[in-house]
Ligand binder design. Structure first.
Ligand SMILES: *Cc1c(COP(=O)(O)O)cnc(C)c1O
Length: 823
């Protein structure tokens, strides 16, 4: 469309014309018979057009400057919705709202129509999404690489109180943000064998002949930074068969067999986290990891050769960041590509690989540290297993050459685990193949040095470093909390939008002003009403918005201790029933979160939350004083409604077990007070915000460790607490599960006699901290002073700060100067 067709007098008119054009020529509808989804698509496409010019500009600029590129490899990108994000970062939000309203459609309704891209589980995937946004904002040349899961993570329904996993269908109506790039395709091999070819010069070459090859097709989604600073690319791979239809079989009448290859290949990009309690599920997961890695490395090496023409410059032009060990096979694939395909000498290939690769560790839980059976690796990736053996032999020889012979030490740093059937240790592999290994909070990094990587760290003392996580304030403050954002801009000026990291600190003096606190509290009140309305529509439950909204939303996991919160709820319920005339502070307990499909205990915790909810919500004695809701299908969009409405943020993991947490930061930024343990980034939050503005309780990581060594039997602490006994007793006896009175017997006995997560041990401290919460709530001046302090002191937790540190310390790429806003 050329400009003469448009009325360009005002930006709103211009945008309106663009939307109508898209509606007619891309969606094929006219306004009279357009459904809301048609309008969504037209608006999204019109918005996407605005991105494209910036996109071209960004990539040619990077090419011209031959800048170093960052490649962020992650099996997960939990991006959520993009409409408001893109409009907001392009500065088009108000224009779009006005344009749509003149077209008779409410922007808010279109926002709700967009499905969530649920391409992640939780914190790790959301971190990748925040990082992509920050890298675009900071104008770093960065590419995200991931998998375009057709069905993402399952959708959670709650049926009769139990979690049911349903198929996510986010692509059913297409995805207006992505560009399919059929011309960007790579072959990824699996299985087969390796043959040794003698060359004329006497050397030899290993040739892998895969039994099966799958094509990886690129789908590109533009990621725009704040004020359109730069547009980077999130490239997600889709698996296709080499041959979609075997025509000979089809013609022979074998109609199903003719598409079997297609089905097998495509299964790689069907779902995130195939249930791994079967062998087939485990194999599929390894296929996914290798599929992502191989396609991405081929792609980035292609680009590198096109732009620079030689491999020596790889570490100067390429920084590969591995998000956890999921893509750790990259270390081996890079070696294979450099040695087998590009014919580089082994030693040289290894130094280029290590110098270009960095690895982020996200967990210390032994059961979550990835390892693959040697037999599986041999069957699926025979050449890679050879390379791993060679690397391991060199690694161990080098240590022996340094006179290190301690058998235990050599065992612990080996790439192969020999104890429980032979397995390849992906953590050790990533450590060895990377020049930087970072943890995600100060405490986590310290524990990493002391535990999982203790020996490797002693051998390579300069590799481990810390990069405390952050979140993007564009999404987690500006977009989710426009009311508070307005108030902040009115108070502190536009600097809040441009440099929130520093500008927010100017808010501190306002914590002392009553008038300001009242306005601040009013923003919260509106958000609580919006959430209450959503809960009423979803669950038919009315929430009292003057009660404390006490929020615990995150993946359901024993270490995150939803059980501790549920025990508090039961104890509070009993206390109110025993003494209904006391002045109780009204509470609404809000839970949400998905449990892994094969994690029985977590699913039982969801059932318990729903059982307790039914009982106490139906009990007139506690009416108006205590309620519990479990909101189904926690995802980014739900988080965006819940977090700005929270008064109290539950961050109560067993100390030493949460690597960082990021929802803790989102809540505090929006002014919720944290009740939490000294775990993950809570520790640094307490340093920034001040313990007096939080409710810190419970054992430290060190005390947890000591107690673990002593005993996991908690009979002693339970004997000391009548309150805890009564709460456990009620759950155990079936008070909340009269339909199946023994449902929770094992669960409670687990807490009593084998409490890995210290639920009982921390109960009394938690109860006491909760009563401090009540006390402060009754003094609104104190409560809201603390709340304002939380917002004011969260600047450091911006993912812009985190990314600046990665750029400086790990990737060694200079940050371009920030451009002044274009408006
Ligand atoms: C931020 C976020 C998380 C991470 O939450 P934690 O409480 O830090 O584990 C998980 N899921 C979603 C949807 C999020 O937005």
């Amino acid at each position: 469309m050329n400009d003469s067709q448009l009325d360009t007098d005002s930006p709103v008119e211009h945008f309106k014309a663009l939307i109508l054009y898209k509606l007619r020529y891309a969606v094929g509808k006219d306004p009279a018979n357009a459904y809301e989804h048609d309008w969504f698509e037209a608006l999204a496409l019109a918005t996407r057009d605005q991105l494209i010019d910036h996109w071209e500009e960004s990539s040619t600029q990077v090419d011209r400057q031959a800048a170093k590129r960052v490649y962020y490899l992650s099996l997960e990108f939990l991006i959520g919705r993009l409409l408001i994000d893109n409009l907001s970062n392009l500065g088009l939000l108000d224009i779009a709202r006005q344009a749509m309203s003149e077209l008779g459609v409410e922007l808010e309704r279109l926002r709700e129509i967009e499905p969530d891209a649920a391409l992640g589980n939780g914190g790790l995937g959301r971190l990748a999404a925040c990082f992509m946004e920050s890298m675009a904002t900071l104008r770093l040349a960065a590419h995200g690489y991931g998998i375009r899961y057709e069905h993402g993570l399952f959708r959670q329904a709650i049926i009769d109180g139990w979690q049911a996993e349903q198929t996510e269908t986010w692509l059913d109506f297409g995805n207006p943000w992505e560009f399919e790039r059929p011309e960007v395709a790579y072959r990824v091999g699996f299985g087969g064998g390796v043959t040794n070819h003698e060359l004329d010069d006497g050397s030899s070459r290993q040739v892998w002949q895969p039994l099966e090859t799958v094509r990886a097709i690129a789908y590109d989604t533009p990621v725009v930074g704040w004020r359109g600073a730069a547009v980077n690319t999130l490239r997600l791979w889709r698996a296709r068969a080499e041959e979609n239809l075997q025509l000979d079989r089809f013609n022979a009448g074998d109609h199903f067999g003719a598409v079997a290859g297609e089905v097998r290949a495509e299964s790689i990009s069907q779902v995130l986290y195939p249930a791994d309690d079967t062998e087939a599920g485990q194999e599929l997961r390894l296929r996914q990891e290798y599929f992502l890695v191989s396609a991405s490395l081929q792609d980035l090496l292609d680009r590198h050769m096109r732009l620079h023409g030689d491999l020596q410059s790889l570490p100067d032009k390429v920084a590969i960041q591995l998000n956890d060990t999921h893509p750790a096979i990259a270390v081996v694939e890079m070696m294979r590509l450099l040695v087998d395909e590009h014919r580089l000498p082994w030693e040289q290939a290894w130094s280029l690989t290590v110098a270009s690769t960095a690895y982020t560790n996200h967990t210390l839980l032994p059961e979550a540290l990835e390892s693959w059976p040697v037999a599986l690796m041999e069957r699926l990736l025979p050449r890679h297993l050879q390379i791993i053996y060679l690397l391991n032999a060199e690694h161990i020889d080098a240590l022996r050459a340094k006179d290190i012979h301690d058998f235990q030490l050599l065992r612990s740093v080996s790439l192969i685990e020999e104890d429980h059937g032979r397995r390849v240790r992906m953590g050790n592999l990533a450590f060895l193949g990377a020049h930087s290994i970072n943890g995600v909070s100060a405490l986590h990094t310290r524990l990493m040095r002391d535990t999982v990587f203790r020996d490797l760290h002693r051998l390579y003392p300069n590799r481990v470093n810390n990069k405390t996580n952050g979140v993007t304030f564009r999404r987690w403050l500006f977009q989710v909390n426009p009311g508070l954002t307005h108030l902040l801009v009115d108070t502190l000026g536009e600097a809040v939008l441009e440099e929130p990291e520093t500008a927010l600190a100017q808010l501190e003096p306002y914590a002392e002003r009553k008038a300001f606190r009242e306005e601040y509290a009013l923003c919260r009140q509106r958000n609580k009403e919006a959430l209450a309305e959503r809960v009423r529509l979803l669950l038919g439950i009315n929430l009292d918005t003057s009660a404390i909204f006490d929020v615990h939303v995150k993946r359901i996991h024993e270490y995150k201790r939803q059980l501790l919160n549920l025990l508090h709820t039961v104890a509070l319920y009993q206390a109110i029933r025993n003494d209904p005339t006391t002045e109780w502070v009204p509470r609404v307990k809000i839970f949400a979160g998905k449990a892994a499909a094969s994690y029985w205990q977590a699913k039982l915790i969801i059932k318990l939350a729903n059982d307790i909810s039914r009982t106490i919500n139906g009990d007139p004695t506690v009416h108006g004083l205590l309620k519990l809701v479990f909101i189904p299908n926690y995802n980014v969009s739900l988080a965006e409604t819940i977090i700005p409405a929270a008064d109290l943020s539950e961050q109560i993991s067993t100390a030493g077990m949460e690597a960082s947490g990021t929802s803790n930061m989102k809540f505090a930024l929006n002014g919720a007070l944290t009740i939490g343990t000294l775990d993950g980034a809570n520790v640094e939050m307490a340093e920034q915000v001040g313990e007096q503005n939080m409710f810190i309780f419970g054992m430290t990581a060190q005390q947890v460790e000591a107690r673990r060594r002593l005993a996991l039997d908690m009979s002693d602490v339970v004997a000391d607490s009548e309150r805890l006994q009564a709460a456990l007793g009620a759950i155990r006896d079936g008070v909340f599960s009269p339909d199946d009175p023994s449902r929770y017997v094992d669960l409670v006995d687990g807490l009593l006699y084998h409490d890995r997560f210290m639920v009982c041990a921390d109960f009394e401290a938690y109860w006491t901290a909760q009563r401090q919460v009540d006390k402060r709530w009754l003094k609104p001046n104190d409560w809201w002073r603390s709340a304002v302090f939380n917002t004011a002191r969260m600047g450091w937790f911006s993912s812009d700060r985190t990314i600046s540190e990665y750029a400086r310390d790990i990737w060694q790429v200079p940050l371009p100067p920030r451009t002044p806003p274009q408006q």
